[in-house]
Design a protein around this ligand. Structure first.
Ligand code: ADP
Length: 456
């Protein structure tokens, strides 16, 4: 990447991974080509207007031929620009060709007296934008040389002077003082313009380099953080995975003791064992949630595992799975299914995890003997599942945080002791993986509706 603002143009080459400066030069070049179409059109129309509407005598044929040459050259530039190897050389070539065209136009419209000379300033500015400082000064010198050659050739009558009588009744091209004055004006105005334009451009380029460097370091830091986060997730995955088997073993051992496998145990000991068994169950739930969360983060979707799943069937299955839990709280689950089966592409286990987590929460945080409504809505681009319950609701401040890992709202902790605060993070991670979304609408102490949308 170029560090020096003055030397940026030297580094423009046709590489597949273009830097932002290269991209900018390519864009500027293509704007330059568009500008040339407009200029050529403008020259043609102006000349025709001046000749026929203002009755000013100009060598129409020569000017139109020059305009045609500009158009042909621009056509070549348009077609060639995609195959360019060095953009800087391409820019140099175009600017030099334009100087030549301008000198011809100046010659046909009065030589050193022609107002076309003023247009050279545009190209000085364009050179400052497209080229390095040094090249811009070289191009400006080239333009001045061309003007000098033209004026000398006319002055010494080596080429004929085209006089526009209507504009300049008395020719001045052969008056030395006039020539010196115009050339002085050209030299000073061209170089001052080149100096101002390159200074402004270099300052901008410097700022841009700083921004690019900053962006690069931010991207690098982000990538490093992402890699660290991944390492952390992989570590958590390994540890929790290792924890699951001994925890399950402890739970079944405690169950065996409680069932009398190791002989009669006093009631007090039984109560303690029951409490330990329950705690172990909670730990296993936490480990399972952690594993689901972490595998959602580190795992990538493997195409082979993705299936076309009928949404209605998946929802019905999840309801069946949680029916017992709902019955225990006398909660009715109603499902308004779509008439036609709708399919989404998803890994079945992921969809089950999403649905069971949300329905489980709805049961967990519902009032006793209330009802839960599940709906599925299809639009042109999405399939949305809505899970509504009438229960403790979620406060405005909590809504902002419930998708954070381990976050549980205070009213949830009071209402239901059991909970890891990981369920919604698992769902959110999975929805991100499928480029879907999860949102919630709720009012404290009233109704809560979760919306999960899959793209179709
Ligand atoms: P958990 O249910 O284990 O606490 P979740 O990640 O599933 O963890 O949910 C996070 C928090 O979001 C819950 O603790 C609760 O505060 C809130 N929440 C989720 N679902 C509901 C619901 N249906 N009604 C009210 N609050 C809910």
């Amino acid at each position: 990447m170029p560090q020096n603002a003055n030397s940026h143009a030297k580094h423009y080459t046709h590489t597949p991974g273009k830097t932002s400066l290269e991209k900018e030069l390519i864009e500027s070049l293509s704007r330059f080509i568009t500008f040339r179409w407009i200029m050529a059109g403008g020259i043609g129309t102006t000349v025709l207007f001046v000749t026929f509407a203002l009755s000013i005598t100009l060598p129409l044929q020569s000017i139109l031929i020059t305009t045609l040459c500009i158009l042909i050259f621009n056509f070549f530039c348009t077609s060639y620009q995609k195959h360019v190897k060095s953009y800087e050389t391409f820019a140099n070539l175009q600017i030099s060709a334009d100087w030549l065209a301008l000198v011809f136009l100046a010659h046909y419209t009065g030589g050193i007296e022609s107002p076309v000379i003023c247009y050279f300033i545009f190209h000085v500015i364009i050179s400052a934008i497209l080229l390095s400082k040094k090249k811009c000064y070289l191009q400006t010198t080239f333009a001045l040389l061309l003007i000098l050659i033209l004026s000398m050739l006319e002055y010494f009558h080596i080429i004929p002077h085209v006089q526009v009588k209507e504009l300049f009744p008395t020719p001045s091209y052969d008056k030395s003082l006039y020539l010196v004055a115009v050339l002085f004006f050209c030299v000073t105005s061209f170089y001052i313009s080149a100096y101002l334009a390159t200074s402004v451009n270099n300052r901008l380029r410097k700022r841009e380099n700083e921004v690019v460097a900053l962006k690069d370091s931010v991207t690098e830091a982000y990538n490093r953080l992402e890699a660290l986060d991944r390492e952390k997730s992989e570590f958590t995955f390994k540890v929790t995975h290792e924890l699951r088997s001994p925890l399950s073993a402890i739970q079944s051992l405690l169950k065996s003791i409680e069932e009398g496998y190791a002989g009669e145990i006093p009631q007090k000991a039984r109560n303690l064992i029951l409490r330990s068994e329950k705690r172990t169950g909670l730990l296993i739930a936490l480990v399972n949630d952690l594993l689901d969360l972490v595998s959602g983060k580190i795992g990538t979707i493997r195409e082979g595992e993705i299936k076309h799943i009928n949404i209605n069937e998946a929802i019905n299955n999840s309801i069946q799975l949680l029916q017992e839990k709902a019955k225990a709280k006398e909660i009715k689950i109603a499902f308004e299914s779509m008439q036609k089966p709708v399919f989404i592409r998803v890994i079945p286990e992921d969809l089950d995890l999403i649905l069971t987590n949300l329905i489980d929460n709805a049961i967990k945080y519902s009032k006793k003997a209330s009802s839960i409504l599940i709906r599925s809505v299809v639009t042109e681009k999405t399939v949305t599942m809505e899970i509504s319950d009438i229960g403790i609701g979620i406060g405005e401040e909590d809504i902002k945080r419930i998708f954070e890992e381990f976050y549980r709202a205070d009213n949830a902790k009071e209402f239901e002791l059991e909970g890891t605060g990981l369920g919604l993070s698992i769902v959110k991670n999975l929805m991100n993986r499928y480029k879907g979304s999860i949102t919630v609408q709720s009012k404290l102490g009233e109704k809560t509706t979760f919306f999960v949308s899959f793209p179709v």
